[in-house]
Design a binder for this molecule. Structure first.
Ligand code: ARG
Ligand code: ZN
Length: 876
């Protein structure tokens, strides 16, 4: 069954609008039960538009109450209006003012796109196509105009009235109403429009720019939460300073506002001068937020702030170019985090995220290029490929060009395109023009889907003292792209000699090598190094210099050698991960390791733990054993998650069992006496201590350690880790800890999310029934995206064995939940559904069970375009 349209939009059909919008005046009359919107759009034909060309404005779920041109009401024959468009059949062939009026019901807007109410507060979300749910408009990113916004609302329930830009007027409107007028001088596309009206508290501060302008900063939130906004405010000020230092970018308005709301479809939104945030990415205090929460808040505050230049001042010509602002801005927030904390630890964190989320997308039925060329529903393309792979592409540009030339290109980008809506091609061109580099092959990264697989093989010839290294690349076909072009892959590398230090060579031939960078630009290159005295161990893709899967061909001995000696921390970490991944993958296929293998791995782990040169945050990453999904991805096909989980537990026991006392002693020694601080040093210690607890629980049967930590914890980081690990390994104490947590923090929705996340990890056969009961409880907030994602999103994404149950019960549970959620909020529903992208990788029984759950979803329900598109792509 299908009710929505299946129309596909193609990049090749892009054409500018025949009319421009010169300026926008909006007048909102906000009442308790409805909101009237009057829009006065000054419009003119573009050069070349033929007289009589119709003007078609977008709408979504609108009903036109009134329409006039230059003050004169329009005759019925002059226009066509329905819920999704307003057509002026023959508009004046000159500048004119179109005046329209519609009435909205924000409280009924459960899709959370357009104007809606969240806990009583009126707020908006317009990216990508929400503005058309507010008024008829040319709702596309290449139509830019200055906006003036007047809001009138009851003073008692909405004393705070905010919009983009600067406040220019406010006052009493009689009858208990008041008004405010805001003006944004920067021409912007409608997706950056925002308005907030409500009874909110605030935290204020200020920032003085390099050129000496004082900017007023405020974070608005529910009354009583002001004290939880300090970390966000501090992050904002550091972001503002960083963008000046690192990219020479100053803020451009006199005021910057952030509003925290509790119902939000994703993380946050960069509306000009008025960022709106999911409250989970604003509020933090030690008792209820984890170190990871503090870190995400800092990152997302920075991300949205950085959009002011990469997104707002320079925006996208069309939504196919989304990566232009998102990939670049993720790169910028990753760099910010690296500069503020530890660069290697941040890099490992970001690559882990890429491998966990983006690689499966890129290698499955939902694969698409970072710059796609068609879509049915644009909301389905706010993906990890657009965001995180997009950031990797920008990072490779910086690697290939070098820091100084990369900055030159960025400077030219801001100079050349400020105020424009532009494209990926224009972005790449600034780097060509600023540095004289030909990036013709490089741009393929944006256009081609799929993760390249690079295979390395080598040979050492002692007689001639030559070392030969062959690198080949291959990208498997992806949906709609059967044939792949070779990419320009930067391989940062080193060769380690027998004592673990870098080997030097006298000459290289066979490929372009610049310093420590090999340019792999063909299907295969073979390099010959001369003057090499001993067989070296190659360290390839240092710092993860390209988003590829590497088959290094190295033995476990060589990998553990890298784990001990590589000067590149990323590759030290990766070597350990590779060794345990191989051991578990092989064992799950019946080829069990030898005692020698696990002894060697264990001693590398112990050496890492005892190495006083390494920082605790890095050690925590190094000793973590890859999860079941990561190993499943490595295996790639006919995956049996239960066999992997069993082999993984066996490995954990063999690693941790014999050294349990040592682990426990290290664990005890890492306790922190000082008061909680989210700084990198303390967070690193906690991460390592919790990593040790993880090994003790999973590998040494020490559920009691987690239970004791849960009881004595003085902050949420330690308490949550103890509960989540207990739930994940379903220890004897797990049910009691979950029960305690539920009541201890009753009434705090963001902590409830943590309980939902931990509950979704439980591997026992009762898990699905418990989740059903949670969802069915009368007070479960079934329209709140955070609650739904915490339970169902983490169930499908974090590799729960219950999701992939062989009897299909997990698949059916999620498919049924998706059908229900789709009626309320299609964006949240389709995002949860993407968890099924792993089906093609699973063994045949599970694959079929998953498909039949999806077939049932498709045949028994009328589905949104969002869900319909994802479903069809997974079933294709
Ligand atoms: N532009 C916002 C950000 O990344 C996110 C908007 C997401 N929109 C969506 N439809 N998923 O900062
Ligand atoms: Zn963004």
């Amino acid at each position: 069954m299908r009710t929505d349209t299946e129309q596909t939009i193609y990049l090749k059909d892009y054409a500018p609008t025949p009319y421009r919008i010169v300026s926008v005046e909006l007048d909102f009359r906000i009442l308790e039960d409805s909101t009237r919107v009057r829009a006065q759009l000054t419009i003119e034909p573009r050069e070349g538009t033929a007289p009589g060309t119709a003007l078609v404005l977008d709408g979504d779920d609108l009903k036109l109450d009134g329409i006039a041109i230059d003050g004169a009401p329009l005759m019925l024959s002059a226009y066509l209006a329905d819920a999704t468009s307003l057509t002026l059949i023959e508009p004046p062939h000159r500048r004119f003012v179109l005046d329209t009026e519609v009435t909205l019901d924000p409280a009924a807007n459960t899709k959370l796109m357009g104007l809606y109410r969240s806990s009583g507060t009126w707020c908006t979300q317009c990216e990508p196509e929400g503005f058309r749910r507010i008024t008829y408009y040319l709702d596309r990113p290449d139509v830019l105009a200055p906006f003036t916004v007047r809001m009138t609302a009851p003073l008692a329930i909405a004393p705070v009235l905010l919009a983009n830009g600067n406040p220019i007027d406010r006052g009493d409107a009689g009858d208990g109403m008041h008004y405010a007028v805001w003006h944004d001088p920067f021409p912007k596309p409608a997706y950056l429009f925002a308005l907030v009206a409500g009874d909110l508290g605030s935290t204020t501060d200020s920032f003085t720019t390099t050129s000496g302008r004082k900017i007023d900063l405020a974070i608005y939130c529910t009354h009583g939460k002001e004290g939880e906004c300090h970390h966000a405010m501090d992050s904002l000020k550091r972001s503002m300073a960083w963008d000046e230092r690192r990219f020479g970018r100053e803020y451009d308005l006199d005021i910057f506002n952030i509003v925290a709301v509790s119902d939000f479809n994703f993380g946050a939104m960069e509306n000009k001068g008025l960022n709106i945030f999911n409250d989970k990415l604003v509020f933090a205090q030690p008792e209820t937020a984890t170190d990871a929460n503090y870190h995400s808040i800092e990152r997302v505050i920075a991300h949205e702030y950085f959009h002011n230049w990469t997104g707002n001042r320079i925006t996208c010509r069309d939504w196919f170019q989304l990566c232009l602002k998102e990939g670049l801005t993720v790169y910028r927030d990753q760099e910010f985090s690296s500069d503020e904390h530890s660069r290697p630890v941040q890099r490992i964190h970001d690559v882990q995220n890429l491998r966990t989320n983006q690689f499966p997308e890129d290698g499955g039925p939902l694969a698409h290029p970072p710059r796609p060329d068609h879509y049915r529903e644009i909301n389905n393309f706010y993906t990890t490929t657009v965001y995180e792979k997009g950031a990797e592409i920008v990072r490779m540009l910086a690697t290939l060009l070098g820091e100084a030339d990369f900055r030159k290109g960025m400077d030219l980008y801001f100079e050349r395109h400020d105020g424009e809506a532009t494209t990926i091609e224009a972005f790449v061109k600034v780097f060509e023009d600023a540095t004289g580099t030909d990036l013709g092959q490089f741009i393929t990264w944006y256009l081609q889907a799929g993760t390249p697989q690079v295979t390395a093989s080598d040979r050492y010839d002692a007689d001639s003292q030559t070392y030969t290294l062959t690198l080949t690349q291959k990208v498997d076909p992806t949906p709609g792209q059967p044939d792949k072009q070779p990419l320009l892959i930067p391989v940062r590398f080193g060769l380690l000699g027998p004592n673990g230090s870098e080997t030097s060579w006298t000459a290289i031939s066979g490929a372009t090598v610049r310093d420590d960078l090999i340019l792999l630009d063909r299907d295969s290159v073979t390099l010959t190094f001369s003057g090499i005295a001993n067989r070296p161990v190659p360290s390839l893709f240092r710092g993860f210099s390209a988003p590829v899967k590497l088959a290094s061909g190295l033995s476990q001995d060589d990998l553990l050698f890298l784990a001990r000696h590589d000067s590149d921390p990323f590759n030290r970490w990766d070597a350990l991960q590779t060794v345990s991944t191989h051991l578990i993958a092989e064992a799950s296929a019946g080829r069990r390791w030898s005692a020698g293998d696990t002894d060697a791995l264990r001693s590398a782990v112990v050496d890492t733990l005892e190495n006083s040169d390494l920082d605790p945050a890095f050690k925590a990453q190094a000793i973590a054993i890859p999860g079941v999904s990561a190993i499943g991805r490595h295996i790639g096909k006919d995956v049996d998650p239960d066999a992997i989980a069993k082999a993984r537990l066996d490995l954990l026991s063999e690693l941790a069992g014999p050294i349990a006392e040592k682990l426990a002693a290290l664990y005890t020694a890492l306790a922190i006496a000082e008061p909680y601080s989210p700084d990198a040093a303390q967070a690193g210690r906690r991460a390592l201590r919790n990593g040790l607890m993880h090994l003790l629980v999973a590998g040494a049967g020490r559920g009691d350690v987690a239970a004791a930590q849960y009881e004595s914890a003085t902050n949420m980081t330690d308490r949550y880790a103890a509960m989540a690990i207990s739930a994940h390994y379903w220890t004897e104490q797990a049910p009691a800890l979950l029960g305690d947590f539920r009541t201890r923090f009753a009434g705090d929705p963001l902590v409830f999310d943590k309980w939902l996340m931990a509950s979704a990890q439980a591997p026992d056969d009762g898990a699905i029934e418990r989740m059903r009961a949670i969802l069915a409880a009368p007070d479960f907030p079934r329209t709140n995206p955070n609650r739904l994602r915490s339970l169902l999103g983490s169930f499908v994404m974090s590799g729960s064995p219950q999701f992939t149950r062989a009897d299909g019960a997990g698949f059916r549970f999620v498919a049924e939940a998706v059908a229900e959620i789709d009626k309320v909020n299609p964006q949240v529903a389709s995002r949860i559904l993407t968890g099924f992208r792993i089906l093609p990788m699973l063994e045949a029984g599970r694959r079929e069970a998953g498909r039949s759950a999806l077939e049932a979803l498709k045949s028994q329900h009328s589905l949104s375009r969002n869900v319909g598109e994802i479903l069809d792509r997974i079933l294709a």
